[in-house]
Design a protein around this ligand. Sequence first.
Ligand code: B12
Ligand code: SF4
Length: 395
Amino acid sequence: MKIKLIYPAWPKLPQQTEFHLPPHGPVNFSASIPADVEVEFIDENVEKLHFTTDCDLICISIMLTSQAPRGWEIADQYRKLGKKVIFGGIATMLHPEETKLHADSVFLGEAETRFPQVLEDFKNNQLKPVYDYMNDFPPIESIVKARREILNYEHYTYRGIKMVDLIHASRGCRFNCFPCCTGYLGGKIFRPRVIDQVVEEMASIDNDKFFIVDNSLAQDKKWEIELFKAIAPLKKRWCCHPIEDDDEVLKYAQEAGAWYVYQAIFDTSDYIRNRVKRYHDHGIGVEGTIILGTDDQDEDYIKRLVDFLLEINLDLAEFTILTPFPHSPIYFDLKKQNRILHSNWLEYNAGNVVFQPKNMPPEQLQNMYQYAWDEFYRDEPQRVKMAKLFKMLKN
Ligand code: B12
Ligand code: SF4
């Protein structure tokens, strides 16, 4: 049996240096496909999709809202060619009703231990329209080594350097931040993976650089320290989302190879200043993720925020525009206030204003977003800052 697994293209942020990371959802999903089933993987972000039909089943994996419309187009075309199409992944869970209109079956939730039954149903011509496993999580030890063999690594380089490999050490998040869908997707209970399995997986990958994609590692101090102690002997370097703001944890992180973190910067407080300083004190770089357009921001606030980022020597900054992604707390707030302008999902890539800001017209927020990128990288362009971050790898 052969599955063609497709990861549709999505619109990138035009201001950001374009790079492509090896897709993580599809390789983890593929680990739940029986080993004797052949998987041909196509990442439309890096290669052209040819609508060939030399397969038994089409699987489409969508992660981002802005990726969904292209996924639906691909499905429509394949169904016209007589192929059955199954959707899964984060954006399927966030957009189930619309996705159903383009699919023979939609799979909601985590695939481990569940997908073999779906394949059996397919073979018996009894595919169900929906497989709903939301909030019904598979046993954590069933998350095994991802099937990275399906990737063509030639596509995942930047200026000839191999990109990071992606891995995750936990699922779920016990926080419920306003712009985020994670609580809805993976649940509000932190679910750490078996640390030995994570270490084994990391050790087996031929790469010295990783992105540990967990939502936030700052979930459980004891677990975090155990994880860092366990991966330290591997001598790998890695980036990740936030690490606990605690000198002891940061020390272990540094010893375990922490390279840089993606850290949300939401104001110009001493708390943020010290948070960034503490990372730097431990030799860990910081890429700030900065959301523009919240109700406390006006034009002056955004200008001051950018000055502040330069003052605190942030290594890189990724500005995005507040976006009410379905199932995030901010989506429900803005919807109640009638402030969502449209649901043209292609524009929901975090680079377009799709809601009515409180303190300025939408066009002005769009201009301030461009201002933030331009101003932050004016004296030192993105490629120079990135090169400096790469230099830190050697330290
Ligand atoms: C890693 C990550 C990224 C990486 C992706 C790298 C990669 N190549 O994979 C990068 C850095 C590129 C990224 C970027 C962005 N991201 Co992001 N990201 C994530 C994160 C943290 C983890 C996703 C992940 O890999 N999960 C682990 C895998 C194993 O789980 P999974 O994908 O669900 O797969 C499982 C199942 O879904 C299933 N499955 C998957 N595919 C299929 C297919 C079929 C057929 C079946 C049956 C099953 C199935 O099997 C898997 C195993 O169980 C999520 C948060 C989260 N926890 O989900 C946000 C998240 C997806 N990102 C989000 C956002 C907002 C963004 C950005 C738009 C903005 C930003 N900076 O955060 C940018 C994109 C900017 C742009 N326009 O270019 C939002 C999504 C919003 C939306 N609705 O579009 C999320 C949900 C976080 C949030 N804030 O709520 N992101
Ligand atoms: S933003 Fe990060 S910490 Fe907050 S809910 Fe989402 S994943 Fe959890």
